[in-house]
Design a protein around this ligand. Structure first.
Ligand SMILES: Cc1cc2nc3c(=O)[nH]c(=O)nc-3n(C[C@H](O)[C@H](O)[C@H](O)COP(=O)(O)OP(=O)(O)OC[C@H]3O[C@@H](n4cnc5c(N)ncnc54)[C@H](O)[C@@H]3O)c2cc1C
Length: 423
């Protein structure tokens, strides 16, 4: 890996492949292509991302409630890409000019520096969606970055220190509360981790964990809709056992300094409120002269090329790829981002060798959701799994990713770090 100034890139390079976004999709694409290409393919790979590291978002649950140091969810490019022929430009994509085969990178609204490409791979991901619920944007802590996870750690710590000084039992109960909104996998993982971490802290401060109020709010009648009913029920029971109250089937209508207000006049004490209510594609994507769907994701053809282009691929959360089996757009999941990126890398390599790209066929072999750090639910190869085994399988997916983008060395180093985490 070499960090370069975009101005130093040779504008005449015939086969420059520019990958924008170094998350699950972009990093997998760059590493797969670098490992599979030969010098005779004449390909130069340039990865563009403002950050010096990938944020491994699916590992954030370990950071969010203080289980792991925040750096655990950071994969530094210098470490991961060591020895690979990949140039890294630390900048942001500002403009795509498909007719000229160039992108411009630089600060928002400025014309920036031009980088010509032979193939462009857009993998700029998504950001949290915050609906216009009064007070929500000001109060909500989102969960989409290491900074968000740190913010949550600090908010919980500060609130906890304040609450345990209160002497009035009713005030204490209102102050000693954490709410997560969103009963999808992210929300369940975050509240589960919090529910496991907070009671020991409360005991240490001389209080009873029963004084703590932890709530998971979901507007739909149930949580974890992607999982079979039997797994949803197991997850609900597990959360209740951990002391989490489930507020299902009521929409959030307003948030103030201390309380989340739900439909039907239900109030939930929420001095700390985490929003895990959904995400939408990188909002800049609609300005890149490419076809977007109503949610702002870049529409792809069956080979993952951005519709109407020959030289641009879109992969990961920013891409709207329709599964040919049921015509539904693939959900925003790391496992699809990784599979799409591998396929696009093979397609680009094939194109360099005169082979036309093949259609992408998505397959999902399993899904695991942690409910607290040491227990989970999910399925693999059509079989439901739960308990510690689901967690082992979830962690194995992390290790497989580390091997794929890094090496056995990286995977070993991070596995040791993971095993040392407090459970
Ligand atoms: C808390 C949490 C838990 C999750 N858990 C799971 C899980 O257990 N399993 C699972 O399959 N999925 C999980 N997901 C979803 C998964 O993380 C995403 O689907 C995945 O990150 C998508 O990968 P991506 O490469 O498309 O985007 P990202 O990983 O978000 O990467 C996008 C990259 O693009 C860069 N970028 C953005 N804009 C620009 C620009 N203009 N110019 C240059 N670079 C730019 C960003 O800096 C970033 O590095 C979770 C998500 C969250 C938030």
């Amino acid at each position: 890996m070499e960090s370069v100034d975009p101005l130093l890139l040779d504008p005449r390079h015939p086969r420059r492949v520019v990958v924008v976004g170094g998350g699950y999709a972009g990093l997998t694409f760059a590493v797969t292509l670098a490992n599979r290409m030969r010098a005779t393919d004449g390909i130069e790979i340039v990865l563009v991302d403002p950050r010096p590291y990938q944020q491994a978002l699916s590992e954030l649950d370990l950071v969010a409630a203080g289980t792991a140091r925040p750096q655990f969810a950071e994969l530094w490019y210098a470490d991961v890409l060591r020895g690979l022929p990949i140039k890294v430009v630390h900048d942001r994509l500002e403009q795509v000019l498909p007719d000229l085969n160039v992108i411009r990178v630089g600060p928002r609204g400025e014309s920036g520096t031009t980088i010509p490409y032979w193939r462009l791979v857009i993998a700029t991901g998504a950001i949290p969606t915050i609906p216009p619920v009064p007070g929500l944007a000001d109060r909500a802590i989102t969960m989409w970055s290491v900074d968000d996870a740190l913010k949550l750690q600090h908010a919980i710590e500060a609130q906890f220190r304040y609450a345990v000084t209160l002497t009035d039992p009713a005030a204490l109960r209102r102050a000693l509360a954490v709410t997560v909104v969103g009963g999808g996998a992210t929300g369940v993982e975050i509240i589960g981790t919090i529910a496991k971490r907070l009671p020991p802290m409360i005991r240490r401060a001389g209080h009873d964990p029963s004084e703590l109020t932890m709530t998971l709010i979901e507007a739909r009648p149930d949580i974890l809709y992607d999982l079979p009913e039997v797994q949803r029920e197991r997850a609900r029971k597990r959360l209740e056992k951990l002391g989490v109250r489930l507020q299902l089937g009521r929409k959030l209508v307003a948030v103030d300094e201390t309380t989340a207000h739900l439909e039907g006049g239900v109030d939930v004490p929420s001095p700390v409120l985490v929003w895990c209510g959904g995400a939408h594609a990188d909002p800049d994507a609609i300005s890149w002269q490419l076809m977007c769907d109503v949610s702002g994701r870049l529409v792809c053809d069956p080979t993952l090329k951005a519709t109407g282009t020959d030289a641009i691929y879109a992969v990961g959360d920013v891409a709207a790829f329709r599964d040919p089996k049921d015509s539904r757009v693939l959900p925003m999941l790391a496992q699809f981002a990784i599979r799409e990126a591998e396929h696009a890398a093979d397609s680009v390599l094939g194109e360099a060798r005169g082979v036309a790209p093949k259609p992408f066929v998505p397959n999902m072999h399993g899904e695991f959701v942690s409910v607290g750090p040491g227990w989970g639910v999910g399925w693999m190869f059509g079989i439901n799994v739960s308990g510690w085994f689901a967690i082992v399988m979830k962690r194995i997916t992390y290790i497989m990713y580390w091997i794929q983008v890094g090496s056995f060395r990286l995977a070993w180093k991070r596995t040791v770090q993971m095993l040392r985490l407090r459970r």
